[in-house]
Design a protein around this ligand. Structure first.
Ligand SMILES: *Cc1c(COP(=O)(O)O)cnc(C)c1O
Length: 411
């Protein structure tokens, strides 16, 4: 009987290993099959994921807040000098938690860029906020810090920034405005894990920060994210919010002798199975980061002549910003040229994608928000932008094929 259980475990574990090694091989050998296509994204997989997931299965503890979750939280706290990090079920739910912790009243206003993912906005709406969109800077595609102050009213409570492509917003200026007007700052650092602004990790500069570990991000757990709490005053409320409104976290630390329902909450704990996958990636975070940066630098150098000739614009990384190569984008002349360029790449078996229809012109944006000031760059710049294939493990061969196709389009 005992042997039987052991055998089952082995079969399960080996099965997982088999599946994972096939996935890893597929990720690397892609392009050698009959149908040759350079993918836009391949989720990261370093090879130890199956082992850690197997350990979790064998431990009979697969719910949230087990050893892998704790290891991930601790690793981020140490690496990013963060006061507290809590894994969540997604980047979106990390944002939900952040805005709920801001304790907004119905009709309070949140300032944010329109050039962002829907999660940034919908999390604020869930907490009762009215959205006030502000224009972006054309160089980084981030919120224009010089246009924030004019959008502040007596209902404004929060400034939300999103660090596009893992390149930081101008945080010194933004924090100064926020402090002067007694506003909170939420950082959507979904794309900014391992990036920094003047030596400080993105997500740790505002009052609350949010990371994403979706499969399209630099580090993944399938679906998942993390809330970064920079003011200890939020710690206890965050734990309650995350644990269905109970003080269970306190109970597990032995600070109360029974746990009970103390406030409204929800369930934001990811399963240990997902945390185990993430832990494999975090252990190799520097290697993944370096691999992506290497691809990014090669793209940048090879496409520099196109930029010099005035054909395209390349990404801008301001002084003081250390980025994580979350993406590599170029900007075409206009929408028409971009459409032609994307279909040209597709004909060459290369997947490239554009990003974000500005939220203020989307149906929900019209319903929940308004644009303050003039849309000088948001729409115009978003229509020019194309993202090239970028993932951990993108081969030199694939990279060269992408570069060759981009250059030949403008030839
Ligand atoms: C990916 C992303 C999110 C959402 O993260 P999920 O983990 O997919 O919920 C939020 N904001 C931005 C800017 C993102 O890129």
């Amino acid at each position: 009987m005992k042997n039987m259980a052991l055998l089952q475990k082995c079969v399960l574990f080996c099965g997982l290993r088999q599946i994972f090694s096939e996935i890893a091989i597929d990720g690397q050998a892609y392009g050698k099959g009959e149908y040759w296509m350079i993918k836009f994204n391949v989720p990261p997989c370093v090879g130890t994921e199956a082992e850690y997931i197997g350990q979790t299965i064998a431990s009979h503890k697969i719910c949230g807040d087990g050893p892998f979750t704790k290891q991930c939280d601790d690793w981020m706290e140490n690496r990013f000098s963060a006061q507290k990090v809590l894994l969540t079920t997604s980047g979106t739910t990390a944002l939900d938690m952040a805005f709920l912790l801001c304790d907004l009243q119905l009709g309070d206003e949140v300032i944010l860029p329109s050039f962002t993912f829907s999660s940034t906005a919908t999390a604020a709406v869930l907490a009762g906020a009215k959205l006030v969109f502000v224009d972006i800077r054309p160089d980084t595609m981030n919120i224009d810090e010089t246009k924030i102050e004019a959008a502040i009213t007596d209902r404004t409570r929060v400034i939300t920034v999103m660090h596009y492509a893992g390149v930081a917003c101008e945080m010194d200026a933004i924090m100064e405005i926020a402090r002067r007007h007694h506003l909170l700052v939420v950082e959507d650092a979904a794309q900014g894990v391992m990036s920094a602004y003047k030596g400080r990790a993105l997500g740790t500069i505002g009052d609350l920060g949010c990371y994403s570990f979706h499969e399209t991000k630099n580090y993944s757990m399938g679906e998942g994210g993390a809330l970064v709490i920079n003011d200890p005053a939020y710690n206890e409320r965050a734990e309650i919010l995350r644990e269905k409104g109970t003080n269970r976290a306190k109970f597990f630390r032995g600070q109360v002798d029974k746990y009970t329902w103390v406030d409204f909450g929800d369930s934001y704990l990811p399963s240990e199975l997902n945390a185990a996958y993430l832990w494999a990636q975090l252990e190799r975070a520097d290697e993944i980061n370096e691999d992506r940066l290497n691809t990014w630098r090669h793209y940048y150098e090879a496409l520099q002549p196109l930029a010099a000739a005035g054909k395209v614009d390349l990404p801008v990384v301001p002084d003081g910003c250390e980025h994580n190569a979350h993406m590599f984008y170029i900007k075409c002349r206009d929408l028409e040229e971009r459409t032609a360029f994307i279909s040209y790449l597709k004909k060459n078996d290369i997947m490239a994608v554009f990003h974000y229809v500005p939220l203020h012109s989307a149906p929900a944006g019209l319903k929940f928000g308004r644009f303050h000031g003039e849309d000088v760059y948001t729409t115009k710049e978003s229509e020019r932008l194309v993202r090239l294939p970028m993932y951990y493990g993108l081969s030199e061969e694939e990279r060269s094929a992408v570069i060759e196709s981009v250059l030949s389009f403008w030839r």
